[in-house]
Structure formats: structure tokens, C-alpha cells
Design a protein around this ligand. Structure first.
Ligand code: CO
Ligand code: ZN
Length: 341
């Protein structure tokens, strides 16, 4: 899992430009799937059909097998060039939730391979608040003419994957950690009584755009997003219980949704029965693809499994490998039995 996560996080895929990430995932999932397709928005939809002879869930014959959509987003936050000045400095704006405090001094890599560093207009003006419209990308050019990037070129943070014991640090663990959990779940899953759609979505960071289109196309009975959640376990952090290494989080609420209590119940019962550690999540900021799935078409019973991550949306996000392993275990416990409710 670590090797695959290293490859996934070192691949570049800012919102709308997920191709390289999708190709990498495709290689892993193709031998494991019954059907694979890519929709117009670039979502990768991987189906695992219910195994022949799977027993329908008791009392719910008419509704079985349940169509379950699992979603993890392929895209990551980034920046996009909006102007190049006479000296070849590129001004930019954010693609998704790129924070100034994490952007200043960062290295970025453009899809065309060009790298740059982010500078700031006048360093003595620096305060707590660092607006990115006072920043520029220096790609080593000396003029507009020899600047290797142009308006509309998109980039993401450049940073390699490192291991610190059980703690793994990389860019784009939001949400390649979710991607690796879905791939490993698909790999580990024996025959399933459910009709499963593993969806690797696009454009989550710019407003959960891919997931909505994918959910409309699939029309699932149940939706589960697998994404990251910020923790409350660093000095003076927000009062939230989510902690690294304490297990996957069962989402109750975030800014975009209230999880369906039936899905929450399903997740918690599965965790308790299989003795998998889990945490209860009330997230005070942000949302996930689950929001979009929940309100697609006539509505979908939806919940979310979150992986605790420190320093979300920085180039050095941190996870605990045990949380990834336990997330796979929890999904296995849920999906290997008929979903009954
Ligand atoms: Co994010
Ligand atoms: Zn995310």
C-alpha cells in the first residue's frame, strides 16, 4: 500500500487535469473489475458486480442487490497562471483551497514539467494573512518571451513522499489516501452480495463537481465518500476529536451535509462487530463528494468515511498508515455482507 501511495502522491493531478492519476489507478483496478468506464467529466467508474447466487438481504428482496457508490477524488489543489509580466514572473490564482500560508516558498510543478518557486511582492509587508494575489511564481525566466509558462497553465505543489515510522507525509494525501483505500478494498474484496461502483472522481477541490455527474449516471441506492478530515490533535487546534492513528472517522456532519443516520449506523455496527477502531466525526470546516452524491437525482442515502490527516492542503500532509489499513478493514466489513436497511 505504501509503494502505491508514494506513486499516487508523486503524480500530478490538479482539478480538471486528473489524467495521469487516472491512468495510474486504471492499471491497478482493471484486473479487479467487472466493468470500467470513464465519463465525460473524467470520472473513473469501476464496477464490481454482485457475485452469482448472492443471497438477497432479508425482507428487502425487491431492493436487492443494493447499488452502492464509493467515491474518492483524484484531483488535488493547485494554482493557475493568470498573467505573465515583462520580466517573466507569473501571477496566479488558486485552483481549490490553496492557502497563502502554505503557498509562499512552495515549489510548484506545471503539467508541462516546468517547475517554479513562489515569491512574495515585499517581504516586509508579510503579516499573518498572506494573500496569494501578492505572490508570483518564478520559473527562472528573465522576460515574458522566454517564460516557459503562459496564461491558463496549471500547476500543483512539488514534494516527495516520506516515511516517518507509521506516519507518512506527502502532497495530495487529500485525497490519494482515499484513492489507495478504495483500490486496496477492491483488491481485498472476495465475492460481494452488493452491486459496487468504485468511483475515482474529478474536480472535488473546486466544488465536488465530478461526483455529482457520476452519481447521476450511476443512480446508486447508497453513497459513501472516502476522503480526508483535518484533525484536532495538534497544539491549539480546533476542538475536534479526530486524531491520527485512532482509526477511520465516521462522519456525522460537515459544512455540506448531515450524514444519513442509517448509513452512520451501518458503519458503526460494522466497525464494532469487526472490532475495528473508529472515531466519531463532526467536522467544523469543509465538505466532501458525499454532499453532492446525497442530493443527486431524487436523493441518495449517503455517509462518509474520513481518514484523519494533519496539515490538510499543505504540501506536507500527514497520515498514519494504521488508519489506512483500518479504513480498508471497515469497508470490507461493510461491503462483504448485504447492505440491509
Ligand atoms: Co481537499
Ligand atoms: Zn479531499
Amino acid at each position: 500500500m505504501k509503494q502505491l501511495l508514494k506513486k499516487l502522491t508523486e503524480t500530478f493531478g490538479p482539478s480538471g487535469y486528473e489524467d495521469a492519476v487516472r491512468n495510474l489507478i486504471l492499471k491497478e483496478v482493471k484486473p479487479l473489475a467487472d466493468e470500467v468506464r470513464v465519463d465525460a467529466l473524467g470520472n473513473l467508474i469501476v464496477r464490481k458486480k454482485p457475485s452469482a447466487g448472492a443471497k438477497p438481504a432479508l425482507g428487502k428482496v425487491e431492493a436487492n442487490p443494493r447499488k452502492i457508490m464509493l467515491a474518492a477524488h483524484m484531483d488535488e489543489i493547485g494554482v493557475i497562471v493568470s498573467h505573465v509580466d515583462k520580466k517573466g514572473f507569473a501571477r496566479f490564482t488558486s485552483v481549490g483551497g490553496t492557502f497563502g500560508r502554505y503557498t509562499l516558498g512552495a515549489r510548484v510543478r506545471f503539467l508541462n514539467g516546468v517547475t517554479g518557486v513562489v515569491g512574495y511582492d515585499r517581504l516586509e509587508q508579510i503579516d499573518n494573512w498572506l494573500p496569494i494575489n501578492k505572490m508570483f511564481i518564478d520559473v527562472g525566466a528573465t522576460s515574458k518571451e522566454n517564460c516557459p509558462v503562459k496564461i491558463g497553465d496549471i500547476a500543483a505543489f512539488e514534494r516527495t513522499f516520506i516515511e516517518m515510522g507509521d506516519r507518512l507525509v506527502a502532497k495530495s494525501l487529500d485525497d490519494r489516501a482515499g484513492v489507495v483505500v478504495l483500490i486496496e478494498t477492491l483488491r481485498a474484496l472476495k465475492p460481494t452480495p452488493n452491486d459496487l461502483y468504485f468511483v475515482f472522481t474529478t474536480q472535488e477541490e473546486v466544488g465536488t463537481r465530478g461526483a455529482g455527474a457520476a452519481a447521476f449516471g450511476i443512480n446508486p441506492d447508497i453513497g459513501i465518500a472516502v476522503d480526508v478530515t483535518p484533525t484536532g490533535d495538534t497544539p491549539s487546534s480546533l476542538k475536534m476529536v479526530m486524531e491520527l492513528g485512532m482509526g477511520p472517522c465516521v462522519k456525522f456532519r460537515d459544512v455540506g451535509m448531515i450524514s444519513d443516520p442509517r448509513v452512520v449506523d451501518w458503519m458503526i455496527k460494522a466497525a464494532e462487530k469487526a472490532k475495528i477502531p473508529y472515531q466519531r466525526e463532526v467536522l467544523l470546516l469543509g465538505s466532501t463528494d458525499a454532499r453532492e452524491i446525497q442530493i443527486s437525482r431524487a436523493g441518495v442515502m449517503t455517509g462518509a468515511l474520513s481518514i484523519p490527516v494533519r496539515y490538510v492542503h499543505s504540501a506536507s500532509e500527514m497520515v498514519d498508515i494504521n488508519d489506512l489499513k483500518n479504513s480498508v478493514k471497515l469497508l470490507m466489513a461493510m461491503l462483504s455482507k448485504p447492505a440491509v436497511f
